[in-house]
Design a protein around this ligand. Structure first.
Ligand SMILES: C[S@@+](CC[C@H](N)C(=O)[O-])C[C@H]1O[C@@H](n2cnc3c(N)ncnc32)[C@H](O)[C@@H]1O
Length: 226
């Protein structure tokens, strides 16, 4: 199990989607994917880590409110500080340009009301309201049993407005990386079936292969509509 401490989140922020968009790591595919999934209205980013504003480049400008959720408050406070300073890392700007947008996009979203929620997404969620978009980047792949994944999917569905969409991306561990994580299991190959079991509609899953990464075989992109 990873040690989710302050150092982890600071390193994560620095090492992911920060200095530059690195070609060949599937990020552009994630940006394209998320751009087609997001809906206007209220957005919850669950398992948010410190990277929500990176993914927000894919959101429509008509986001009414942003909510961030994670097991730890540390990365959420980091995002709140980033929103306050608007000191957007270079990769955020590159991602905006990739999508044909400008920094105005982030500066506008930074004005949206912000809520922060610290909870375990693999257990019953607290009363955080309902959302038009729920994103989960790098979270579904952490579920190491079907029942854990099921809890995430049912709780997300219960917190989606009618027609709201759950979407995201999860990195598929290579055997080497799974062993580094003490043989950790993933359930991503069951994702489409589990989404269907929980009554999601318009389900789409697709895997982007990664050939140049020792830790990951690919990225599982997914979405389902409530
Ligand atoms: C791989 S990071 C992904 C961070 C970010 N979403 C991104 O796209 O880079 C996984 C995040 O999920 C959070 N997390 C892990 N287990 C969780 C759980 N059971 N409930 C909520 N968040 C969790 C961690 O604290 C961490 O911030």
């Amino acid at each position: 199990m990873l040690d989710y401490n302050q150092n982890y989140y600071q390193q994560y922020f620095k090492n992911n989607f920060n200095e530059e968009l690195m070609p060949g790591h599937g990020v552009e595919a994630c940006l394209d994917w998320a751009s087609t999934c997001f809906r206007p209205g209220r957005w919850l980013d669950v398992g948010a880590g410190p990277c929500s504003m990176f993914w927000s480049v894919t959101a429509p400008i008509s986001i009414d409110a942003i909510a961030l959720a994670d097991l730890s408050r540390v990365p959420l406070d980091m995002t709140a500080e980033l929103i306050r300073t608007r000191n957007w890392p270079p990769a955020y700007i590159q991602a905006l340009h990739y999508l044909g947008k400008t920094e105005d996009h982030l500066n506008t979203l930074a004005n949206a009301p912000l809520d922060i929620h610290e909870f375990n997404a693999f257990e019953k969620w607290p009363d955080v309201g309902v959302f038009d978009s729920i994103s989960a980047f790098g979270l579904a792949g952490i579920a190491d049993s079907i029942s854990t994944l099921d809890t995430l999917l049912t709780e997300a569905k219960d917190h989606l407005a009618p027609g709201g969409v759950l979407f995201g991306a999860s990195w598929v561990f290579s055997n080497t990386y799974a062993m580094k994580l003490k043989g950790r299991k993933q359930c991503l190959s069951s994702l489409a079936e589990r989404l269907a079991t929980h009554g999601y509609e318009d389900i789409q899953t697709t895997e982007v292969p990664l050939t140049s990464d020792d830790n990951y075989y690919g990225i599982m992109l997914f979405k389902g509509r409530a």
